[in-house]
Design a protein around this ligand. Structure first.
Ligand code: SF4
Length: 352
């Protein structure tokens, strides 16, 4: 546990947390909605500081991130708790847990563990990382000292204060919309009033940081697959973040409290992809459909496959040393060189 930095005192011993857009007003002894930030004696304490719930090795493509250091091995970490209440969450056992559990670890130890596992970066993922951003920042600064990069897999429901802290250590963020951010969907299935703070966060990141941004949209069949909203989202990404921003349309599968819904039909994902292309986005992908041709990166100029994928694996690389298309020379907006392809997931040893 450690005192948080992102909060302000308000009246009568209460504090307002500024780590995420919920802006919980927390009275003495109370805990914010995420379950890990508590007002103790008029100070907001980050209860999960120095305590990770999980550590796991993933390919960067699993985040999903496809335009930043492709093929890298990533050490993925999480605490318990979350700022959202998604009824379909695949990681609900972590994110919806409201007990402070996990193993004790100092920030400096996390990059050491990651390097021992030959990882090139650290991802803060599985639950919303902005809720434990002070801990993530301290890990991330150490990671930079060791030449590693940092990635947030975030719902983007953040604040100017959390974005300012991200700028101290974060290299890449994939912001995860659900149901294209449509208001009725996010109210009913996520428990937030609207998606406006996500757009504000992305604007803030674009204007004030150099963080690499990718967009994800989980398409939930029947209730979160509105094509008009999908067009609005793609248009917004084009106008505010630029045509080279990668966008990933992910297939839903039933989980947690939404077991009655089917997997997203592949044709629905293809319709979303088509809309993104019509709105001018150069790099649109389908996710959770291994073997689909829209997992590949296509050159926007000559339309040839320049990065071929199967699931999380890179199976073909047709870029030159400067990440230009080998067929026509068009620059492809991928940061970093191809690392060794990760073909299998590995769990940490039992001592972890
Ligand atoms: S981080 Fe937690 S305590 Fe802070 S505003 Fe968000 S949900 Fe509330």
């Amino acid at each position: 546990m450690k005192e948080a930095e992102l909060y302000i005192p308000i009246a009568n011993g209460r504090v307002m947390c500024t780590a995420c857009a919920r802006h919980c007003q927390v009275g003495e002894g109370q805990i914010g909605l995420c379950g890990i930030r508590q007002n103790i004696g008029g100070k907001l304490q980050l209860l999960s500081y120095g305590k990770l719930f999980t550590g796991h090795i993933d390919p960067i493509e699993k985040k999903p991130v496809t335009h930043y250091h492709p093929g890298s091995r990533i050490f993925s970490v999480a605490t318990s708790g979350c700022s959202w209440l998604c009824r379909y969450c695949q990681n609900w056992d972590i994110s919806q847990r409201r007990k402070i559990e996990g193993f004790d670890i100092e920030p400096v130890q996390v990059p050491r563990l990651a390097q021992a596992q030959e990882c090139q970066g650290i991802a803060y993922t599985y639950n919303e990382p902005s809720i434990f951003i002070e801990f993530a920042r301290d890990i991330g600064v150490e990671a930079h000292r060791k030449g590693m990069f940092n990635i947030f897999v975030s719902n983007g429901y953040d604040t100017p204060e959390s974005v300012a802290m991200m700028s101290q250590f974060l290299d890449c963020i994939t912001v995860d919309f659900k149901g294209s951010g449509e208001t009725n969907f996010v109210r009913k299935y996520i428990g937030i009033p609207n998606a406006d703070p996500i757009f504000d966060t992305l604007d803030e990141i674009r204007k004030k940081t150099k963080i690499h941004v990718e967009i994800t949209d989980l398409i939930v069949p029947q209730v979160g697959d509105n094509l008009e909203q999908a067009r609005k989202l793609s248009k917004w990404v084009y106008d505010h973040l630029g045509p080279e921003t990668p966008i990933h349309f992910l297939r839903f599968h039933p989980d947690y409290k939404m077991m009655e819904f089917p997997n997203t039909p592949v044709e629905t994902l293809e319709k979303h992809h088509k809309i993104a292309k019509e709105e001018g986005l150069d790099y649109a992908y389908l996710g959770n459909v291994p073997g689909h041709p829209l997992e590949h990166t296509y050159c926007p100029e000559c339309k040839k496959v320049v990065v071929e994928r199967y699931g999380y694996d890179i199976t073909g690389w047709f870029l030159d040393s400067k990440n230009n298309c080998r067929f026509c020379g068009h620059p492809i907006s991928i940061e970093g060189k191809l690392a060794a392809t990760v073909s299998e997931e590995r769990y940490l040893p039992a001592y972890f």
